[in-house]
Design a binder for this molecule. Structure first.
Ligand SMILES: [Zn+2]
Length: 142
């Protein structure tokens, strides 16, 4: 099976590097609990850069999940297309400084081997609908 991609997060951000790929939904163990089917793939793209004077990693994740509708209890397909920008702090002390200014900041601490798929899976889990349900109403064809 494919090796899990890792990257040096601070170096990646500062260098403005790019990484994109596809991974099967079945690779994500934590997602298995909420998916009715693990068929399908996740496309992801990471780009380094600067924002507000801080090195950042921009993450985009796109996939289609099979979830159970909480109203009619039938499976349905949930499209997901999320984007997030993560400032990358040099260390915990810098992160603490940043969070003092912005308690809701979603930042990473520099890691020499950031596990890309963990970051991707976290983003999918955070993006799940609170109440999964057919968009536009239950019982429609398709
Ligand atoms: Zn429904």
């Amino acid at each position: 099976m494919s090796a899990r991609p890792k990257l040096d997060s601070l170096r990646f951000a500062r260098a403005g590097d790019e990484l994109s790929g596809e991974v099967r939904l079945a690779e994500f163990e934590r997602l298995a609990d909420v998916l009715l089917s693990d068929a399908g793939v996740v496309s992801y793209r990471l780009r380094g850069g600067m924002a507000g004077g801080r090195p950042v990693i921009r993450l985009e994740v796109a996939t289609v999940l099979t979830l159970r509708c909480q109203i009619c209890l039938e499976p349905y397909r949930q499209e997901m297309d999320v984007a997030q920008v993560f400032p990358v702090a040099r260390n915990e002390a810098e992160l603490a400084l940043w969070e003092r200014d912005d308690p809701l900041l979603d930042a990473l601490v520099a890691e020499p081997e950031l596990d890309v798929l963990t970051l991707v899976e976290d983003e999918i889990l955070l993006g799940l609908p609170v109440t999964p349900r057919h968009e536009g109403g239950c019982g429609r064809v398709g």
